[in-house]
Design a protein around this ligand. Structure first.
Ligand code: ADE
Length: 418
């Protein structure tokens, strides 16, 4: 069995933490139990490029119990939990290629290792695996049955590939399932981004001015959780509807230039590049703290920050202090990479339960329906979404009503009186 990980001796700690997370992933556990009996994925090689966390480990084990052979590499060089990688290799016999803090070359070498396994299905978080397949191995890519994509940024990339006619195999946008983005992006990112900021800095957030860039599902979650901790929250948006929503959610909305002057902590969550750049750094207060909760490390223009600085030091783990020529200090968390995964543990297991249940059921769906899928980006079938919502409520012990026959008829008829 092939693998490349940081330290195999960490396997026991990894096992304890994977089991701990598994207890919070009740929907995935139900799927695993069925997969163990039915083996719907037998013989399927799955190449996964995901954050190597305890939650991902539970997904990999579920896929394996379903009869698949998973091969896992990291979707971010800083998010790998080495104890998890060790346990997957040692206890579960799963090939993992991921080391926390790996450099760019190693990161891509590990993606190539997964490609070398000739997967039937790819599973991405940010589309690095599928992009490498398309750019370097198009002949192999044409043989692939289907792919899945976990995150908004990846789906945007895939849709532009589809539009250009460049997509070589069908992909399901798991991110777009309701039981994914409404919960993972909002409550998962909301909580874990603040968890990352707190673990990295130990700042008191009450009374701080937190500027959130982007009011998509992730930005909404970050803003709402920051407000819950007593921060004064400012939103910066380019979309008028989203900006209006932020205003009516009771938040301050202003331009990035205005916000740069008053913010204490800046959190980017837009999916775009150079959201924070030199014109903002110039205006920031001494001690301003920057971090990113969007998928790639392009949201903060770090090269510009470096070129404006006369000194760059590690202030504490996960925090770098840049001293600008104007004498002011700016703190950067986790090198501008996903703060929730680099300084904390990513989203909690209870929310990844739904995201990864979507992944598991989508792989099963793709296998069953592969003959009918074209080279397009598909949504997750709504039956899967509804089933996951139902199972999640059940696992939480929450019952809901159903319509009476009269109510059902009323909703479906146009002849019954208004
Ligand atoms: N993305 C965000 N949080 C995650 C987690 N805990 N595991 C895997 N992927 C994630």
């Amino acid at each position: 069995m092939d693998f490349d990980i940081g330290d195999i001796s960490l396997a026991e700690e990894g096992k304890r933490r994977i089991e701990w997370a598994g207890e919070e992933m009740k929907v995935l556990k139900t799927i695993k139990t069925r997969f163990q009996k039915e083996k719907p994925l037998s013989g399927l090689r799955i190449g996964a490029c995901l954050h190597v966390t305890t939650e991902t480990a539970n997904l990999m084990v579920t896929l394996k119990e379903g009869g698949a052979e998973p091969f896992l590499c990291a979707s971010n060089p800083l998010s790998t939990q080495d104890d998890v990688a060790a346990c997957l290799v040692k206890e579960f016999g799963i090939s993992v290629f991921a080391i926390e803090g790996e450099d760019n070359d190693t990161y891509y070498r590990h993606i190539e290792s997964v490609i070398g396994a000739n997967p039937h299905i790819t599973m991405d978080d940010g589309a690095d695996l599928i992009t490498t397949f398309h750019t370097k191995y198009p002949a192999k890519a044409k043989e692939i049955m289907a792919g899945t994509e976990e995150t908004t940024t990846g789906v945007i990339r895939l849709k532009s590939m589809e539009k250009d006619g460049a997509l070589l195999y069908p992909v399901v946008a798991v991110n777009d399932a309701m039981t994914k983005h409404l919960f993972d992006n909002r409550y998962g990112t909301g909580q874990s981004a603040l968890d990352g900021i707190i673990r990295a800095t130990n700042f008191l957030l009450a009374g701080k001015v937190i500027v959130v860039f982007g009011y998509g599902w992730c930005g909404r979650g970050i803003a709402s959780r920051a407000r819950g901790l007593g921060a004064r929250v400012i939103v910066v948006e380019v979309d008028p509807l989203r900006a209006l929503e932020a205003v009516m959610d009771g938040l301050d909305v202003m331009t990035s230039t205005a916000a740069a002057k008053v913010g204490d902590i800046f959190v980017t969550s837009t999916g775009d590049k150079s959201v924070l750049r030199s014109e903002h750094f110039e205006l920031m207060k001494d001690g301003a703290t920057l971090c990113n909760a969007g998928h790639f490390d392009v949201e903060i223009d770090i090269p510009a920050l470096v070129s404006m600085s006369v000194d760059r030091q590690v202030a504490r783990q996960h925090v770098e202090r840049f001293t600008l020529r104007n004498g002011r200090k700016i703190f950067l968390l986790t090198q501008g990479r996903l703060v929730n995964l680099a300084a904390a543990e990513g989203h909690p297991a209870a929310v990844m339960d739904m995201s990864f249940s979507n992944q598991a059921l989508t792989v099963e769906y793709a296998r069953k329906n592969s003959q009918d899928l074209e080279r397009r980006v598909y949504g997750v079938p709504s039956e899967i979404d509804m089933e996951i919502a139902r199972l999640k409520l059940e696992s939480m012990g929450i019952n809901i009503d159903s319509l009476t026959p009269e109510q059902d008829e009323y909703l479906h008829s146009w002849t019954i009186g208004t």
